[in-house]
Design a protein around this ligand. Structure first.
Ligand SMILES: [Zn+2]
Length: 352
């Protein structure tokens, strides 16, 4: 059965990464993950097994009838009799609503608490044995991002009443897993935001500007894939092959529920920086990319690339205390605007 027909019939929300062979079905906080060539599929924290592996053929995704039944039960929540007629998905007979499920959902909607942000987690990239990018005159990414992160923490503590936590405060190595553990350990019920600070490198020394990334299954934007490859390269320091990590990560629940909010935070931060630095650096915009450190953080999460240390002019700006302070103020004002808007609209659900 081609699952895309089922998805279209019930108008379900999904993301399909053909390159990785991963299909993610989403509804509210529910997530189902299917992998090409695999009998295992993942729903919530649990792994299930189908009698046949998932097969992908030129944009069509074939799954066993058990998976179709599973999707209808969990995502459609109706009793549906279906059959395959000439290779087409056909619903036969009457569909019955399950009363308990419907009233149960209404109950939870009514008791949903107002959403607020309590904690801001700042994640200075790299550190210790991992210098990150090395730029003009030997400038190291790990040093620049730590300086700016410290200023950002100071600024946020001064101008907001939120708790501010750093994943590292000095020049030490912190693995990506430890970073997300720190983040998730301080997150109770998704009330934190996570901001990872990095600096860019490019072979082309004229590359310039700042940009912000939110997590996406589909990297997009100019060079988005390249950047995520560089930032994920830290995984090699942990002596595990990148591909294994990627698989392990994809096998877990994909936190697509925070994607929209992360996108908004990224755009607020970009605006904040643009206002403060006043065209000293161009705004390269908001992009989506696959970053390990963002993927594992089950909260609103953004990665900021503050400029190119391989560009002479930007490296010099990034080293200066004056520019670092402006940058920290810009990022802080973006974060604060986001939080104000988030709390005023109950997580962007009201007044839109
Ligand atoms: Zn970096």
């Amino acid at each position: 059965m081609n699952i895309i027909q089922v998805i279209d019939y019930f108008n379900l929300d999904y993301e399909f990464d053909e390159l990785a062979g991963v299909l993610v079905l989403k509804k509210g906080t529910q997530t189902l993950i299917l992998h090409a060539g695999s009998k295992a599929y993942y729903y919530g924290d649990r792994t299930y097994f189908s009698s046949l592996p998932v097969r992908i053929e030129t944009g069509r995704i074939f799954v066993s009838s058990e998976i179709v039944d599973f999707i209808i039960k969990r995502f459609v929540r109706k009793r549906v009799k279906w059959e395959v007629v000439n290779g087409n998905f056909v619903v036969s007979g009457r569909t019955l609503r399950e009363k308990e499920v419907v009233s149960g959902r209404k109950g939870t909607e009514l008791t949903t608490p107002r959403r607020r942000i309590d904690i801001i987690i700042i994640d200075p990239g790299h550190g210790g044995k991992d210098p990150g990018g090395i730029g003009y005159g030997g400038i190291k990414e790990k040093d620049i991002v730590l300086d700016i992160s410290k200023l950002l923490q100071k600024e946020l503590r001064r101008s907001s009443n939120k708790k501010v936590i750093m994943t590292r405060k000095e020049d030490v190595f912190v693995s990506l897993e430890e970073r997300s553990k720190i983040a998730n350990g301080n997150n109770n019920g998704g009330n934190s935001i996570f901001v990872s600070i990095h600096a860019n490198v490019a072979l082309d020394k004229s590359s310039k500007g700042f940009e912000s990334y939110y997590l996406s299954l589909h990297p997009f934007g100019e060079n988005a894939r390249d950047v995520s490859e560089i930032e994920n390269a830290v995984i090699t320091y942990e002596e595990k092959p990148y591909a294994d990590y990627l698989k392990e990560v994809l096998n877990r629940v994909v936190d697509v529920e925070y994607r929209k909010e992360s996108m908004k935070l990224a755009s607020y931060i970009n605006q904040g920086i643009a206002q403060m630095v006043n065209q000293a650096m161009p705004n390269r915009g908001v992009k989506g990319a696959f970053f390990y450190v963002l993927k594992e953080s089950k909260m609103v999460a953004v990665l900021v690339e503050i400029g190119f240390i391989t560009n002479k002019k930007e490296a010099e700006l990034l080293k200066s205390k004056e520019y670092q302070t402006k940058l920290a103020k810009g990022i802080a004002s973006g974060i604060i605007s986001f939080i104000d808007e988030f709390e005023r609209t109950n997580g962007f659900t009201e007044g839109y």
